[in-house]
Design a protein around this ligand. Structure first.
Ligand code: SF4
Ligand code: SF4
Length: 350
């Protein structure tokens, strides 16, 4: 099949595999690389040391996979169909929308591989699929592929779909025709994400100090969370969606129909007391196959402790936190113990 003909089939093949959009970019990231390097120089990546490694591969796809001349960027929506107001329910814990179902890495990567095989069958060539698993500058590539623009909250925004989507990439050595890059930034004068951020992590348009971001603190950061930041975390125990919830472009977002992303284990509105009752074995069994497994059990308890310390002091919650503290001391889990002690102090002084 000629490559121009192939490109015309791509959309329907991608849709058949559960993607909502696909675009094609060339590999020239020279316009975006300086901003990424400047972000690293400010050390905004915090403990995410992997971001500072393989910078030349990240800013040049042909260095990551030799021979690459095009990157296919695909969008898969994940917004759950319904969700109660968990953020304003002090007895509940909030988990980011993207983490409520099956681990997206598994779903997106397997679909990308299936798509790559289909393209290879019709046109030959070589293909490598990535989703958040290799040094890939995925947001600029998505902009170049016509998926959307990078908003002030640093996420890719699409004018008919908002920002509730995963991105995945296929690198190829076939010179497919490229899509038109989204150059226009349609955030305009809006600053809603900057103003709403609970920890002031968006220090300016497209400038994220990850060290203050709740997503980073509750997931990427393995150690003690600064006391100064704990109250701002509220009841968010895995990630944070505030800068997406407030974004006006998300009025246009569509609920995902992907069965893999249907919330599991009632984790779209769990109670703090219920989650505190989970043992380590429960945590491992109930989060199997989910992105929640990016954190370990100590981080899970640490995050629950912070949310509990920020909750309303009820006898049931205080009992549950104390019981967890006994467990964490018995297992010499210093990280959990320190945060649970903080929570008990906060609850007792409320
Ligand atoms: S995810 Fe939350 S903490 Fe991080 S930048 Fe967005 S609003 Fe701020
Ligand atoms: S909230 Fe406003 S400024 Fe922030 S990403 Fe959305 S449109 Fe852009």
């Amino acid at each position: 099949m000629h490559i121009n003909e192939l490109a015309s089939h791509l959309d329907s093949w991608a849709v058949d595999l559960g993607f909502q959009q696909i675009g094609i970019a060339d590999t020239d990231l020279s316009e975006y690389a300086p901003d990424f390097r400047a972000w690293l120089e400010k050390r905004f990546q915090g403990d995410m040391g992997y971001m500072a490694r393989n910078v030349s591969k990240r800013t040049d796809p042909s260095k990551l996979v030799p021979g690459t001349v095009r990157v296919l960027s695909a969008r898969m929506d994940y917004l759950p169909a319904t969700r109660g107001d968990v953020l304003n329910s002090p007895d509940k814990a909030y988990i980011s929308n993207y983490a409520l179902g099956r681990d997206y890495h598994k779903t997106v990567r397997s679909r990308l591989r299936a798509l790559a095989k289909q393209i290879e069958f019709h046109a030959g060539g070589q293909y490598r699929a990535f989703t958040d698993s290799a040094p890939v500058l995925e947001k600029p590539l998505a902009a170049k592929a016509g998926i959307g623009w990078v908003g002030k909250n640093t996420l890719v925004l699409n004018e008919t779909a908002g920002s509730w989507f995963f991105l995945g990439e296929i690198f190829t050595n076939i010179p497919l025709p490229v899509n038109t890059e989204v150059k226009e930034d349609k955030c305009g004068a809006c600053k809603a994400c900057i103003n709403v951020c609970p920890t002031g992590a968006i220090i300016g348009p497209k400038q994220l100090d990850a060290r203050r971001c709740i997503s980073y603190l509750t997931i990427e950061h393995k150690g003690v969370i600064d006391k100064e930041l704990r109250e701002s975390i509220g009841n968010r125990i895995f990630g944070c969606d505030d800068c997406q919830l407030v974004c006006p472009w998300n009025r246009f977002a569509h609920a995902s129909e992907e069965p893999d992303f249907v919330p599991r284990q009632g984790l779209d509105a769990p109670t703090l007391i219920g989650l505190l009752a989970w043992t380590q074995a429960d945590f491992l069994a109930r989060t199997e196959g989910m992105a929640l497994r990016r954190i370990n059990y100590s981080q899970w308890v640490r995050n629950l402790a912070i949310a509990s310390g920020n909750a309303q002091a009820t006898p049931g919650l205080i009992r549950a936190v104390k019981k967890k503290l006994t467990e964490s001391r018995r297992t010499s889990d210093a990280l959990s113990s320190e945060h649970l002690e903080w929570a008990i102090q906060k609850l007792n002084s409320a």
